[in-house]
Unconditional design. Structure first.
Length: 193
């Protein structure tokens, strides 16, 4: 088995197991069994579970943000700049409605290891910062003032948690409704006195 194939099989298996069962509930031997990669090769590629978790998070980050951007990039037409901001919540709804949705893998990982594993905490913070930067770019393109970006991001983050707990995609719709109100309020300019 080639290096790249072994690495892909390990990351696929680990990511699936960690997301389904939780990081602390899954041992390296379970990852080995699910991937079909020898324990020696596993530890050769990822000398610690922490390194494997970080690699899974980094790969998931690229895939997650890529899927979001592809969806948002599909929004065209009149009012597209503001609709692109709202498309974030539409995409979240579709994600939350997937049968294997178990919440945000980054929040889940931080909850399990963030306090004890600086590398995991760093990977989670990098993902969340990149998401905020992405939303800020969309908001800027729609003429939304910077102070509105934080609340827009918090609506999305809160929806992720609420959807995981409730088992329903509806928090994405509620967050979208809140975002519509924020966008409308951001268009109201208070005259100078």
């Amino acid at each position: 088995m080639e290096h790249a194939e072994a690495e892909t099989r390990l990351l696929d298996a680990a990511e699936r197991l960690f997301y389904e069962r939780g990081i602390q509930a899954v041992g390296m031997d379970q990852v080995r069994t699910a991937s079909g990669v020898s324990l020696k090769r596993l530890y050769g590629l990822y000398p610690s579970k922490s390194e494997l978790v970080r690699a899974c998070l980094e790969r998931r980050d690229g895939r997650w943000r890529g899927r979001l951007a592809a969806y948002v990039d599909g929004v065209r037409g009149t009012g597209a700049a503001e609709e692109r901001v709202l498309a974030v919540y539409d995409w979240l709804y579709a994600w939350f409605d997937e049968p294997d949705f178990r919440g945000c893998a980054f929040v889940n990982s931080f909850g399990e290891l963030g306090a004890v594993d600086p590398g995991v905490a760093e990977a989670v913070r990098a993902h969340k910062a990149a998401f905020r930067e992405y939303v800020a770019g969309l908001a800027s393109g729609a003429g939304v003032p910077e102070p509105t970006v934080g609340p827009l991001v918090l609506l999305a983050e809160g929806a992720m948690t609420a959807a995981a707990i409730s088992g329903s995609p509806e928090p994405a719709r509620q967050a979208r409704d809140g975002a519509v109100q924020l966008l409308a309020a951001s268009r109201v300019r208070v005259p100078a006195t």
